[in-house]
Ligand binder design. Structure first.
Ligand SMILES: Nc1ncnc2c1ncn2[C@@H]1O[C@H](COP(=O)(O)OP(=O)(O)O)[C@@H](O)[C@H]1O
Ligand SMILES: [Mg+2]
Length: 240
């Protein structure tokens, strides 16, 4: 099976001296959906930001066989679609069209291709016809979906999502989960909405204090209440 992500011995320290990742080793294969869970401050976001070179630690990070380095950041970013937790970090253009077209335009695709990429991405997130709207005037749920569209328009090979259901009301959350279920590319999803992660991911990695403390099939992890609680995670659907 093709390795989509391969991380070896990754360590990362923020400029203020805070060490956020310790000795991370992991491999993710084509077609997998992998959930990264752990309490606040575990290092989930820090880890995701290494997948397209926003952050660079010590150790190796390979994506689709390419080592992330200054020479191939453009190429890596065209293959790895990273959706930030906060849509306001993703959307910065005056119109939805401009935001969703930004990546394809950067790839220097012809104008008609860009237009069809935008149309297709908006269809996928259920927001057809939103091209001329201003992202700033949309609901939070719509902004989250437009953020997803801004990376889908790139036709990425890996989708990396940070807390895709955070701050959504129950209905928008359910729609977001259903939408993600439909997208059949390799997915890496970080979050502490365990019900969402367990529903979408076949494999789970638990991070705690910047270290990987477990990596296994979802059905094994979900059944190990002691492991989850020891790492500050609430077991969903608690029956007692
Ligand atoms: N820009 C930063 N500068 C210094 N420390 C940071 C920065 N961003 C995050 N951290 C720290 O790194 C650790 C991991 O944070 P983060 O990756 O955001 O965790 P998570 O996404 O699991 O909540 C936390 O202790 C956090 O306070
Ligand atoms: Mg985070």
């Amino acid at each position: 099976m093709q390795k989509v992500v391969e991380i070896k011995n990754l360590n990362f320290v923020y400029p203020d001296g805070k060490k956020a990742l310790y000795d991370i080793d992991m491999a993710i294969y084509k077609g997998e959906s992998v959930g990264i869970i752990g309490p606040n401050g575990a290092g989930k976001t820090t880890l995701l930001l290494h997948l397209n070179g926003v952050l660079r630690g010590k150790g190796t990070v390979k994506v689709l066989g390419m080592e992330v380095n200054d020479g191939n950041l453009r190429q890596i970013r065209s293959k790895v679609g990273l959706v930030f937790q906060d849509p306001d970090d993703q959307l910065f253009c005056p119109t939805v069209f401009d935001d969703v077209a930004f990546g394809p335009l950067n790839l220097r695709l012809p104008e008609d291709v860009v237009r069809s990429r935008v149309k297709e991405a908006l269809e996928k997130v259920g927001l057809s016809g939103f091209e001329r709207r201003s992202p700033h005037h949309l609901s939070f749920g719509e902004k989250k979906r437009i953020s997803l569209a801004t990376v889908l328009s790139m036709h990425p090979e890996v989708l990396v999502l940070d807390e895709p259901t955070s701050n959504l009301d129950p209905r928008a959350r359910r729609e977001q989960i259903n939408l993600l279920k439909e997208i059949r590319i390799t997915k890496i999803i970080a979050g502490h909405d365990l019900e969402m992660i367990f529903g979408l991911c076949g494999r789970i990695i638990i991070l705690c204090g910047g270290r990987i403390v477990a990596d296994g099939q979802t059905k094994e992890i979900i059944g190990d209440r002691e492991l989850l609680e020891a790492n500050g995670l609430e077991v969903p659907f608690r029956r007692d």
